[in-house]
Ligand binder design. Structure first.
Ligand code: NDP
Length: 393
């Protein structure tokens, strides 16, 4: 029996994880569940999965959550410190499925406590990958990737010293074939409609801009220890091949599977074993052909921005991530246009200096400064055709 702590239990990855838990009651039990604000859903999950502890990050939601769970045998707490504390409590695996840099403190807390982490929260690695991997090396905590591409690489990675290239596939998102001018008018509702995966709003927008693939390159660099120039991206609209490793002898090992997050999550939950899942099986004869194409970095400049941040290192990935979180939130709220997401990120990167974050405090400081700068560009973008000016410039 593995005891799980699920950070971000009310989200899309949280739901897929809990689906697998419910199907395997003899293998998994739930020690703790957390959410950001959604106390109603968290209370429902607590009644179903009977954890010892639930934590809501939003302190204003504590009273409602505590009242909803009054009389239940569960400890209820709230706030950022409680979130990090629950991640350190004894468990066999912490599933890190909070969205954004908000997931960094509890995820790092789990790693520092030596607890294996099944990692979906890519932003935590993008912001503080060196701190996270150093802590994992120190405590021996395994980092098991849930992101489908990284989980694919994890499955086919043999001897790292014989790897010549690691390729992450990208669906290309909903605007893969759309001319750049037309993207100026796309709405949040269109952008969250991913063609192959069903996911939370932020990662869906990141997939539409291809920033998601850029964040994943940075994530892969931290996880797999290869040089940035050994990492590549291939657009594969069918989302059936999730990642490929090319070895020095010319062999390429790839992992295939249906576009259902329960496959990589099941792999991470059961590792080093495997468990059955109810997902639809691949019928390659019916599929017939697998299609691939190069990503278009002119129409999707966010990918190039992330690649440059990876190559430059230091705090550039943290700045990129913070600016992107601000810009995506502004787009989802209708405050800026789709093209302005990458424009805000580019302007923030240009405006910020580059330093090497040595501690978690440095990361938070950089993250906070980058968010403040990005907010200024969001305000400016609202007032003018900012993306158009930048493209012209
Ligand atoms: P969702 O938006 O569906 O869920 C996010 C979860 O994080 C929710 O439980 C939410 O709580 C919680 N949360 C949000 N803000 C905070 C905060 N400030 N403090 C604490 N908890 C918070 O996201 P996804 O499940 O789609 O994605 C989660 C992570 O996994 C992301 O990093 C994403 O990039 C990665 N990922 C997701 C995939 C997917 O298929 N969805 C695939 C691969 C990676 P509440 O519900 O209360 O807001």
């Amino acid at each position: 029996m593995k005891r799980l702590t699920i950070l971000g239990a009310t989200g899309s990855v949280g739901a897929s994880t809990l689906d697998l838990v419910a199907r395997n009651p003899d293998r998994f039990s739930v020690t703790a569940l957390t959410a950001g604000k959604d106390w109603r859903r968290l209370a429902e999950l607590a009644r179903t999965f009977r954890p010892d502890h639930v934590v809501i990050a939003d302190e204003a939601a504590f009273a409602d959550l505590a009242e909803a769970l009054a009389g239940e045998p569960v400890t209820v707490s709230a706030g950022a410190a409680a979130l990090a504390a629950v991640a350190r409590e004894p468990a066999d695996l912490v599933v890190a499925a909070i969205v954004g840099a908000a997931g960094l403190p509890p995820t790092l807390a789990a790693v520092e406590a030596g607890i294996p982490v099944a990692l979906a929260n890519k932003e935590a690695l993008v912001c503080a990958g060196s701190l996270m991997t150093a802590a994992a090396a120190r405590t021996g905590a395994a980092l098991l990737p849930i992101d489908s591409e990284h989980n694919a690489i994890f499955q086919v990675l043999e001897d790292r010293s014989r790897v010549s290239r690691i390729v992450l596939t990208a669906s290309g998102g909903p605007f893969r074939q759309m001319p750049r001018e037309a993207m100026a008018a796309v709405t949040p509702a269109q952008a969250v409609k991913h063609p192959t995966w069903s996911m939370g709003a932020k990662i869906s927008i990141d997939s539409a801009t291809l920033m998601n693939k850029g964040l994943e390159l940075i994530e892969a660099w931290h996880l797999f220890g290869v040089r940035p120039d050994q990492l590549g991206v291939l657009v594969h609209p069918q989302s059936l091949v999730h990642g490929l490793v090319e070895y020095v002898d010319g062999s390429v090992l790839a992992q295939l599977g249906p576009a259902d997050m329960r496959v990589p999550i099941a792999h991470a939950l059961a590792w080093p074993e495997r468990i059955a899942t109810p997902v639809e099986r691949l019928d390659l004869a019916k599929i017939g052909r697998l299609e691939f194409e190069e990503p278009d970095r002119e129409r999707f400049p966010a990918l190039a921005l992330a690649e440059a941040a990876l190559a430059q290192g230091q705090c550039r990935p943290c700045v990129l991530n913070a600016a992107n979180e601000v810009a995506v939130a502004a787009f989802l709220e209708g405050r800026i246009g789709f093209l302005e997401i990458a424009a805000v990120v580019a302007a923030t990167l240009e405006a910020m200096d580059s330093r090497c974050p040595e501690s978690l405090a440095d990361v938070f400081e950089t993250d906070a400064r980058a968010r403040a700068v990005a907010q200024q560009y969001v305000t400016r973008a609202k007032q003018s055709s900012f993306a158009g000016q930048r493209a012209a410039g």
